[in-house]
Design a protein around this ligand. Structure first.
Ligand SMILES: [Zn+2]
Length: 402
């Protein structure tokens, strides 16, 4: 399956120095962090301008994609990230303007999650309004959020299901204040999620299991990793915490000999190395597990990082199933451990993109995404990663790590 990824020929570690030989990529890898950080910042701000120009109309009346995943809300999220780093009010204003267009476009949408639904629009709208000190708008979006109704037959995964709604609740409570979304509302959804997981579990082996379109997925986008990741941010009862822990143990015990993880229960195809399916998304969940449960999951998190280093230099640019998303595995491990080898690996993947993404995409050797300016599939994700490289210990995978 070597055709899915570029062989990673970058050294396992490179000392920073001002004198360095080698090709342009090698020279980037040697640069002292403050210098390379400035390069990432410049590249990110340039990309942001292009992305805004190319995607601005998406939330409006013309095109219909308001989502964070491939649409206009993704651009708004990128602008909010840029505002957080540079304090440039123009970015915040433009973010609010785009969310407003997404608000009209998503009215009546039956989708309820942060990444693909109306919850993302209301949550980001509220948080941007708070930063703009616009109380009227803040109350408007919080009221809209309150009015989101969850259908009874909602799936449980992150992109379209309960986990994706819960993530929006956590985002609001983190940025606006604890209890903004009341714990009673969150608890009802958590209880439903746990109940569903227990119902579908294979008694005795895995305590929680879920289905999406008839398949028992394991990855971050549609499966166990994403649901467990969100549940670990909730206030869980002791027996629920045990079930989450048991589910993670089950996954680790049943991973492939290579260190990668199946995309769904029983699958023997060891080929996907994405945030959505495979070790990268699961690595982020295992990092979270170390934060919540302690050292038991540290080795498994590091093992997942190792396989991403070897096979994660994908021939795609995005964060859902591309190099940009896989770089976050190392940022997350760095935040957890403070180990500079992980920071180097994040820098290596990001430098690979900085040095080569443009020419590889132009030459057709790297896929730039079906929606090429989007946050999850396109260069929007690369711009977001470059912004996160400026303060790597504060980096968070967008719409996934809180
Ligand atoms: Zn994907």
């Amino acid at each position: 399956m070597a055709d899915r990824f570029f062989l990673n020929e970058m050294p396992d570690f490179v000392e920073e120095t001002t004198e360095c030989d080698g090709d342009s990529l090698m020279k980037l890898l040697c640069l002292p962090y403050p210098t390379i950080s400035e390069r990432f910042k410049r590249a990110a701000l340039d990309l942001k301008e292009t992305i805004v120009m190319e995607t601005r109309g998406l939330g409006g009346r013309g095109a219909k994609d308001f989502t964070l995943y491939t649409g206009a809300l993704g651009t708004a999220h990128l602008l909010f990230k840029a505002y957080q780093l540079t304090n440039n009010k123009n970015d915040l204003n433009l973010c609010s303007e785009i969310v407003k267009a997404c608000d009209s476009a998503s009215r009546g949408s039956g989708y309820v999650t942060f990444i693909c639904g109306r919850a993302g629009v209301c949550a980001l709208g509220a948080v941007a309004a708070k930063h703009a000190d616009n109380e009227r708008l803040l109350n408007y979006y919080l009221t809209q959020f309150k009015e989101i109704k969850l259908p009874k037959d909602l799936p449980n995964e992150l992109l379209y299901g309960r986990a994706g709604f819960l993530w929006a609740c956590s985002f609001i409570n983190k940025h606006i204040g604890k209890g903004t979304v009341p714990s009673s509302r969150i608890r009802a959804v958590v209880s439903e999620t746990i109940k569903e997981g227990r119902r579908l579990s294979n008694k005795g082996s895995c305590p929680l299991m879920y289905e999406w379109h008839g398949k028992k997925y394991w990855g971050a986008a549609h499966g166990l990793a994403g649901i467990m990741h969100v549940l670990m941010d909730m206030e869980l009862k002791p027996d629920e915490l045990e079930d989450v822990k048991g589910t993670l143990r089950y996954m680790i015990n049943n991973r492939f000999p290579s260190g990668n993880y199946p995309s769904s229960e029983g699958s023997e195809a060891d080929n996907l190395m994405h945030w959505c399916h495979g070790a990268p998304g699961i690595a982020l969940t295992l990092v979270k597990a170390v934060e919540v449960f302690g050292g038991e999951f540290l080795q498994a998190a590091a093992d997942a990082g190792e396989v991403v280093w070897n096979r994660g230099l994908l021939k795609r640019v995005g964060i859902c199933h591309g190099v940009s998303g896989n770089a976050y595995v190392f940022l997350s491990l760095y935040r957890l451990t403070g180990n500079v080898e992980f920071l180097y690996r994040a820098k290596a993947f990001a430098c690979f993109l900085l040095d080569r993404a443009h020419s590889l995409i132009s030459a057709g050797e790297m896929h730039g995404g079906d929606r090429p300016y989007s946050l999850f599939e396109g260069i929007g994700g690369m711009a977001y990663l470059f912004l996160d490289m400026i303060e790597p210990s504060e980096a968070r995978f967008p719409a996934y790590e809180l």
